[in-house]
Ligand binder design. Structure first.
Ligand SMILES: C[S@@+](CC[C@H](N)C(=O)[O-])C[C@H]1O[C@@H](n2cnc3c(N)ncnc32)[C@H](O)[C@@H]1O
Length: 262
Protein backbone atom coordinates (compact mmCIF):
# COMPACT_ATOMS: atom_id res chain seq x y z
CA UNK A 1 0.00 0.00 0.00
CA UNK A 2 1.42 3.40 -0.93
CA UNK A 3 1.97 5.98 1.82
CA UNK A 4 0.21 9.34 1.40
CA UNK A 5 2.87 12.04 1.66
CA UNK A 6 2.54 15.71 2.58
CA UNK A 7 4.89 18.48 1.46
CA UNK A 8 7.27 19.73 4.14
CA UNK A 9 5.94 23.08 5.41
CA UNK A 10 8.31 25.92 6.32
CA UNK A 11 6.21 28.12 8.59
CA UNK A 12 6.88 31.62 9.92
CA UNK A 13 6.19 31.69 13.66
CA UNK A 14 6.14 35.48 13.92
CA UNK A 15 8.37 37.44 16.28
CA UNK A 16 7.23 36.26 19.71
CA UNK A 17 3.55 36.94 20.37
CA UNK A 18 2.00 33.48 19.74
CA UNK A 19 -1.08 35.15 18.23
CA UNK A 20 1.00 36.64 15.41
CA UNK A 21 1.28 33.41 13.44
CA UNK A 22 -0.92 33.16 10.31
CA UNK A 23 -4.14 31.14 10.38
CA UNK A 24 -2.57 28.73 7.88
CA UNK A 25 0.62 28.36 9.90
CA UNK A 26 -1.39 27.70 13.04
CA UNK A 27 -3.46 25.00 11.30
CA UNK A 28 -0.35 23.29 9.92
CA UNK A 29 1.19 23.25 13.42
CA UNK A 30 -1.94 21.70 14.92
CA UNK A 31 -1.95 19.02 12.21
CA UNK A 32 1.79 18.30 12.32
CA UNK A 33 3.18 14.87 13.26
CA UNK A 34 6.72 16.25 13.49
CA UNK A 35 7.76 19.83 14.29
CA UNK A 36 11.34 20.99 13.89
CA UNK A 37 11.62 24.46 15.41
CA UNK A 38 14.39 27.05 15.40
CA UNK A 39 15.55 27.45 18.97
CA UNK A 40 14.96 30.14 21.54
CA UNK A 41 13.21 32.77 19.41
CA UNK A 42 10.23 30.55 18.60
CA UNK A 43 7.46 30.94 21.21
CA UNK A 44 6.98 27.59 23.01
CA UNK A 45 3.29 28.46 23.42
CA UNK A 46 2.91 27.74 19.69
CA UNK A 47 4.00 24.15 20.29
CA UNK A 48 1.48 23.61 23.06
CA UNK A 49 -1.41 23.33 20.59
CA UNK A 50 0.17 20.34 18.82
CA UNK A 51 -1.75 17.11 18.55
CA UNK A 52 -1.09 14.32 21.06
CA UNK A 53 1.95 12.29 20.10
CA UNK A 54 3.41 14.90 17.76
CA UNK A 55 7.21 14.97 17.90
CA UNK A 56 9.05 18.20 18.67
CA UNK A 57 12.71 18.77 17.82
CA UNK A 58 14.72 21.90 18.65
CA UNK A 59 17.10 22.52 15.75
CA UNK A 60 19.38 24.82 17.81
CA UNK A 61 21.97 22.10 18.38
CA UNK A 62 21.58 20.33 15.03
CA UNK A 63 23.63 20.59 11.84
CA UNK A 64 22.00 21.04 8.43
CA UNK A 65 22.23 17.35 7.47
CA UNK A 66 20.62 16.39 10.81
CA UNK A 67 17.63 18.70 10.37
CA UNK A 68 17.39 17.46 6.79
CA UNK A 69 17.19 13.87 7.99
CA UNK A 70 14.29 14.82 10.26
CA UNK A 71 12.44 16.45 7.37
CA UNK A 72 13.29 13.74 4.84
CA UNK A 73 12.51 10.74 7.05
CA UNK A 74 9.29 12.33 8.32
CA UNK A 75 8.17 12.96 4.74
CA UNK A 76 9.06 9.40 3.70
CA UNK A 77 7.04 7.99 6.60
CA UNK A 78 3.96 9.97 5.54
CA UNK A 79 4.19 12.42 8.47
CA UNK A 80 3.05 16.02 8.22
CA UNK A 81 6.32 17.82 8.89
CA UNK A 82 6.51 21.49 9.91
CA UNK A 83 9.80 23.38 9.97
CA UNK A 84 9.06 26.36 12.21
CA UNK A 85 11.16 29.51 11.85
CA UNK A 86 11.07 32.82 13.74
CA UNK A 87 9.51 35.86 12.13
CA UNK A 88 9.31 35.37 8.39
CA UNK A 89 11.27 32.34 7.13
CA UNK A 90 12.65 34.22 4.12
CA UNK A 91 14.75 36.59 6.24
CA UNK A 92 17.97 35.25 7.75
CA UNK A 93 16.29 31.86 8.18
CA UNK A 94 18.77 29.73 6.21
CA UNK A 95 15.82 28.04 4.52
CA UNK A 96 17.29 28.03 0.99
CA UNK A 97 19.93 25.46 1.86
CA UNK A 98 17.27 23.29 3.49
CA UNK A 99 15.07 23.55 0.40
CA UNK A 100 18.08 22.73 -1.81
CA UNK A 101 18.50 19.43 0.04
CA UNK A 102 14.78 18.71 -0.23
CA UNK A 103 14.97 19.42 -3.99
CA UNK A 104 17.97 17.10 -4.25
CA UNK A 105 15.89 14.34 -2.68
CA UNK A 106 12.79 15.21 -4.75
CA UNK A 107 10.78 16.14 -1.63
CA UNK A 108 8.12 18.83 -2.20
CA UNK A 109 7.84 21.75 0.21
CA UNK A 110 5.86 24.93 0.76
CA UNK A 111 6.57 28.18 2.63
CA UNK A 112 4.04 29.96 4.83
CA UNK A 113 5.10 33.56 5.56
CA UNK A 114 5.26 35.13 8.99
CA UNK A 115 5.43 38.53 10.66
CA UNK A 116 9.04 39.66 10.67
CA UNK A 117 10.62 41.46 13.62
CA UNK A 118 10.69 44.73 11.68
CA UNK A 119 6.91 44.80 11.35
CA UNK A 120 6.30 43.74 14.93
CA UNK A 121 8.56 46.61 15.98
CA UNK A 122 6.68 49.12 13.81
CA UNK A 123 3.45 47.89 15.38
CA UNK A 124 4.84 48.14 18.92
CA UNK A 125 5.92 51.70 18.15
CA UNK A 126 2.59 52.45 16.44
CA UNK A 127 4.72 53.81 13.63
CA UNK A 128 4.24 53.87 9.84
CA UNK A 129 7.60 53.21 8.21
CA UNK A 130 6.79 54.92 4.90
CA UNK A 131 5.72 58.54 5.32
CA UNK A 132 5.21 60.60 2.13
CA UNK A 133 7.38 63.55 3.01
CA UNK A 134 10.11 61.61 4.79
CA UNK A 135 10.85 58.18 3.32
CA UNK A 136 9.09 55.82 0.94
CA UNK A 137 11.73 53.12 1.20
CA UNK A 138 12.50 50.47 3.80
CA UNK A 139 15.88 48.73 3.76
CA UNK A 140 16.37 45.46 5.67
CA UNK A 141 19.94 44.46 6.31
CA UNK A 142 22.50 43.13 8.80
CA UNK A 143 26.17 43.57 9.55
CA UNK A 144 28.55 40.90 8.39
CA UNK A 145 29.31 38.30 11.04
CA UNK A 146 30.27 34.75 10.22
CA UNK A 147 27.91 35.33 7.29
CA UNK A 148 29.50 37.81 4.88
CA UNK A 149 27.58 40.77 3.44
CA UNK A 150 28.36 41.91 -0.13
CA UNK A 151 30.60 45.00 -0.19
CA UNK A 152 27.99 46.97 -2.17
CA UNK A 153 25.59 46.53 0.77
CA UNK A 154 27.82 48.02 3.44
CA UNK A 155 25.96 50.02 6.08
CA UNK A 156 27.83 53.12 4.88
CA UNK A 157 26.45 52.80 1.35
CA UNK A 158 22.92 51.90 2.48
CA UNK A 159 22.98 54.84 4.90
CA UNK A 160 23.65 57.21 2.00
CA UNK A 161 19.99 56.86 0.93
CA UNK A 162 18.69 58.31 4.19
CA UNK A 163 15.79 55.82 3.97
CA UNK A 164 14.12 53.97 6.86
CA UNK A 165 16.51 51.14 7.68
CA UNK A 166 16.29 48.06 9.90
CA UNK A 167 19.42 46.17 10.98
CA UNK A 168 19.00 42.57 12.13
CA UNK A 169 21.54 40.39 13.95
CA UNK A 170 23.90 43.23 14.80
CA UNK A 171 23.09 44.77 18.20
CA UNK A 172 26.10 43.07 19.81
CA UNK A 173 28.26 45.47 17.74
CA UNK A 174 26.21 48.58 18.38
CA UNK A 175 29.17 51.00 18.41
CA UNK A 176 30.29 49.79 14.99
CA UNK A 177 26.72 49.99 13.62
CA UNK A 178 26.49 53.60 14.79
CA UNK A 179 29.87 54.54 13.38
CA UNK A 180 29.01 53.06 9.97
CA UNK A 181 25.52 54.56 9.83
CA UNK A 182 27.04 57.95 10.64
CA UNK A 183 28.45 57.96 7.09
CA UNK A 184 24.94 58.81 5.86
CA UNK A 185 22.61 59.83 8.70
CA UNK A 186 23.08 63.04 10.73
CA UNK A 187 23.75 62.62 14.50
CA UNK A 188 20.22 63.70 15.51
CA UNK A 189 18.51 60.98 13.39
CA UNK A 190 16.08 58.95 15.54
CA UNK A 191 17.08 55.36 16.31
CA UNK A 192 15.10 52.60 18.03
CA UNK A 193 16.54 49.38 19.43
CA UNK A 194 13.83 46.81 20.13
CA UNK A 195 14.68 43.73 22.19
CA UNK A 196 12.46 40.62 22.04
CA UNK A 197 9.46 42.44 20.63
CA UNK A 198 6.22 40.66 21.50
CA UNK A 199 7.72 38.70 24.38
CA UNK A 200 6.89 39.46 28.03
CA UNK A 201 10.41 40.87 28.56
CA UNK A 202 10.26 43.20 25.53
CA UNK A 203 12.38 46.36 25.86
CA UNK A 204 12.32 49.33 23.50
CA UNK A 205 15.09 51.93 23.67
CA UNK A 206 14.59 55.19 21.78
CA UNK A 207 17.40 57.61 21.10
CA UNK A 208 19.35 59.31 18.36
CA UNK A 209 22.34 58.17 16.38
CA UNK A 210 24.64 60.00 18.77
CA UNK A 211 22.98 58.74 21.99
CA UNK A 212 21.87 55.19 21.19
CA UNK A 213 25.12 53.26 21.68
CA UNK A 214 25.43 54.49 25.28
CA UNK A 215 21.75 53.81 25.96
CA UNK A 216 21.99 50.26 24.61
CA UNK A 217 25.15 49.62 26.65
CA UNK A 218 23.36 50.84 29.79
CA UNK A 219 20.32 48.65 29.04
CA UNK A 220 22.45 45.49 28.81
CA UNK A 221 20.88 44.46 25.45
CA UNK A 222 23.38 42.22 23.62
CA UNK A 223 21.24 40.01 21.37
CA UNK A 224 17.76 39.30 20.00
CA UNK A 225 17.19 42.93 19.10
CA UNK A 226 16.54 44.87 15.93
CA UNK A 227 17.96 48.32 15.25
CA UNK A 228 15.85 50.81 13.30
CA UNK A 229 16.91 54.21 12.06
CA UNK A 230 15.26 56.93 10.02
CA UNK A 231 13.47 60.23 10.27
CA UNK A 232 10.07 58.52 10.19
CA UNK A 233 10.78 57.40 13.76
CA UNK A 234 10.74 61.02 14.92
CA UNK A 235 7.76 62.10 12.84
CA UNK A 236 5.39 62.28 15.81
CA UNK A 237 7.54 64.99 17.35
CA UNK A 238 7.21 67.18 14.29
CA UNK A 239 4.47 69.21 12.68
CA UNK A 240 4.14 67.20 9.48
CA UNK A 241 2.61 69.09 6.58
CA UNK A 242 2.26 66.28 4.06
CA UNK A 243 -0.39 63.60 4.30
CA UNK A 244 -0.80 60.59 2.06
CA UNK A 245 -2.74 61.10 -1.18
CA UNK A 246 -4.71 57.94 -0.56
CA UNK A 247 -7.18 59.53 1.87
CA UNK A 248 -6.91 63.08 0.51
CA UNK A 249 -10.48 64.27 -0.27
CA UNK A 250 -9.30 65.90 -3.53
CA UNK A 251 -7.59 62.74 -4.79
CA UNK A 252 -9.42 60.29 -7.10
CA UNK A 253 -8.64 56.61 -7.25
CA UNK A 254 -10.36 53.42 -8.30
CA UNK A 255 -12.81 53.51 -5.39
CA UNK A 256 -13.48 57.25 -5.04
CA UNK A 257 -13.92 60.35 -7.22
CA UNK A 258 -12.08 63.35 -5.85
CA UNK A 259 -11.80 66.87 -7.21
CA UNK A 260 -8.17 66.42 -8.33
CA UNK A 261 -6.02 63.49 -9.24
CA UNK A 262 -2.50 64.75 -9.72
C1 LIG B 1 18.09 34.69 12.63
S1 LIG B 1 17.32 36.26 12.53
C2 LIG B 1 15.69 35.77 12.15
C3 LIG B 1 14.82 36.89 11.66
C4 LIG B 1 13.40 36.43 11.43
N1 LIG B 1 13.33 35.50 10.33
C5 LIG B 1 12.44 37.59 11.19
O1 LIG B 1 11.86 37.68 10.10
O2 LIG B 1 12.24 38.41 12.10
C6 LIG B 1 17.25 36.72 14.22
C7 LIG B 1 17.30 38.22 14.37
O3 LIG B 1 16.02 38.77 14.07
C8 LIG B 1 15.73 39.83 14.94
N2 LIG B 1 14.60 39.41 15.78
C9 LIG B 1 13.90 38.27 15.68
N3 LIG B 1 12.86 38.25 16.55
C10 LIG B 1 12.94 39.42 17.21
C11 LIG B 1 12.15 40.01 18.23
N4 LIG B 1 11.09 39.37 18.74
N5 LIG B 1 12.48 41.24 18.67
C12 LIG B 1 13.55 41.89 18.15
N6 LIG B 1 14.33 41.38 17.18
C13 LIG B 1 14.02 40.17 16.72
C14 LIG B 1 17.00 40.08 15.76
O4 LIG B 1 17.80 40.99 15.04
C15 LIG B 1 17.63 38.70 15.77
O5 LIG B 1 19.02 38.78 15.98
Amino acid sequence: MSVHRFPVSFVGAGPGDPELITVKGSRLLREADRIVYAGSLVPVALLEGRKPGAEVHDSAGLALEETHRLLRDGYAAGMRVVRLHTGDPSLYGAIQEQMDLLDRDAIPCEVVPGVSAVFATAAALRQELTLPDISQTLILTRMAGRTPVPEAESLESLASHGATLAVYLSVQRMEEVVSRLSAGYPPHTPVVVAYRVGWPDQVIVRGTLESIAGQVRASGIRRQAIIMIGDVLGARDRDRKTRSRLYDETFSHGFRNGSADT
